[in-house]
Design a protein around this ligand. Structure first.
Ligand code: FES
Length: 316
C-alpha cells in the first residue's frame, strides 16, 4: 500500500471557508511554515473534537506548499463531522490535522480516464493538474445531482473538451459506456464518488486489464449477508501479548483493551490509518482500501478485518 510521503501532526489555521456549491464548502488551511511534500490522491484527517476525526481528500495544488485545501459535503446522515464543518467551524480557528496519507496514488500512465461523482471530484482535481503537467492524454467524466451541487465546475471549464460535466437532472446517469465500453491497455482509470458509481465502474472495468482501475471509497463496502463473526486468537508479536477476539469486537479494540496504542481514524476500514501486517494465520479482509496486491504483501486493517484461521499473528 502506498504510504504517506510525510505524515504530519499539525495545528493549522482555517484561513478561508467558501461555499463552492450547494452544500459544499471549501476549507483553506494556512500553515505557519512550508508544508512537507504530498502527492495527488492524498487525504488528511481533520481532528474536529474528541473522537471526531474525519478524512477529506486534499484538493489544493501539491506544488503550493503554503496551504492545504479540502472540500466538504454536508452529509444528510452526518455523524457529526460534516455538520460541524458546515455549521460550527469558523475562519480564524485553529484545527488539528493528521496526514497527509495517500491510499489513492496516481500511477504513471500515458492516458487517464477520470470518473468523479459529486464530492468525489476532490482527489481527481489534483490528479488532473498532475496529468496536465505531465502532458498525459486525459479525460474526465464528472456527474452530480444538479449542476449547482457540483463543486469546481468553473475551474474545470479551462480544460475544454477533456472534461464532460453531466448533471443528472439534465442528462441522466453517467454514460460509463462512452468511456469504459472498450478496454484499453494504455489507460489508467481513476474513480471516486458514491458507492453506486464505484460498483458500476468496477463492473464495467471487469474486462479491462488487471490493475487498470483505481478507486477510492468514502464509505465502507457492504459486507454480504452471510458474513458472520467468529471468535479467534490474536498474537501481537511485537508486544508479546496474546488475546481472544470475541465475535462483535474488533482486533483494534482488543489491542486497545490490552494497552497497545494503535493509531486509528475511521474505524471502518476506509482510511488506512491502522494498517499493520499479518505475520501468520489466514486473514479475512473486510476493509475497503487495500488492493489485492497490498493483501498479497500481508497488509491488514485491524479495525474491521478478522481471521479465517483460529489464530492470527500481527506485527503489533
Ligand atoms: Fe481507518 Fe482502520 S482506522 S482503516
Amino acid at each position: 500500500m502506498s504510504q504517506p510521503t510525510t505524515e504530519l501532526n499539525l495545528t493549522l489555521t482555517l484561513e478561508e471557508k467558501t461555499l463552492l456549491a450547494e452544500d459544499v464548502v471549501e476549507l483553506k488551511f494556512k500553515a505557519r511554515s512550508t508544508l512537507p511534500p504530498w502527492e495527488p490522491g492524498s487525504h488528511i484527517d481533520l481532528l474536529l473534537g474528541p473522537d471526531l476525526a474525519r478524512q477529506y481528500s486534499l484538493c489544493s495544488d501539491p506544488q503550493d506548499r503554503r496551504y492545504l485545501k479540502v472540500a466538504v459535503l454536508r452529509e444528510p446522515e452526518s455523524r457529526g463531522g460534516s455538520q460541524f464543518v458546515h455549521d460550527e467551524l469558523k475562519e480564524g480557528e485553529q484545527i488539528q490535522i493528521r496526514g497527509p496519507r495517500n491510499n489513492f496514488p496516481l500511477v504513471d500512465s500515458p492516458r487517464y480516464q477520470f470518473i468523479a461523482g459529486g464530492i468525489g471530484i476532490t482527489p481527481i482535481l489534483c490528479m488532473i493538474r498532475e496529468a496536465e503537467r505531465a502532458g498525459a492524454d486525459w479525460h474526465l467524466l464528472y456527474g452530480g445531482r444538479r449542476r449547482d451541487s457540483m463543486a469546481y465546475v468553473e475551474e474545470l471549464a479551462q480544460y475544454g473538451d477533456r472534461v464532460r460535466i453531466q448533471p443528472q437532472d439534465e442528462e441522466g446517469i453517467l454514460d460509463l459506456d462512452s468511456v469504459l465500453g472498450a478496454p484499453r491497455d494504455d489507460t489508467a482509470v481513476y474513480c471516486c464518488g458514491p458507492e453506486v458509481l464505484l460498483d458500476a465502474v468496477e463492473t464495467k472495468c471487469s474486462s479491462w486489464p488487471a490493475g487498470a482501475l483505481h478507486v477510492e471509497r468514502f464509505a465502507p463496502k457492504k459486507l454480504g449477508d452471510d458474513v458472520v463473526d467468529t471468535e479467534f486468537e490474536v498474537e501481537f508479536a511485537r508486544s508479546g501479548i496474546t488475546a481472544t477476539v470475541p465475535a462483535g469486537i474488533s482486533i483494534l479494540d482488543v489491542a486497545t483493551e490490552n494497552g497497545l496504542f494503535v493509531l486509528r481514524s475511521c474505524s471502518e476500514g476506509v482510511c488506512g490509518t491502522c494498517e499493520t501486517v499479518v505475520m501468520e494465520g489466514e486473514p479475512e479482509h473486510r476493509d475497503s482500501v487495500l488492493t489485492d496486491e497490498d493483501r498479497k504483501e500481508g497488509c491488514f486493517m485491524p479495525c474491521v478485518s478478522r481471521a479465517c484461521s483460529d489464530r492470527l499473528v500481527l506485527d503489533l
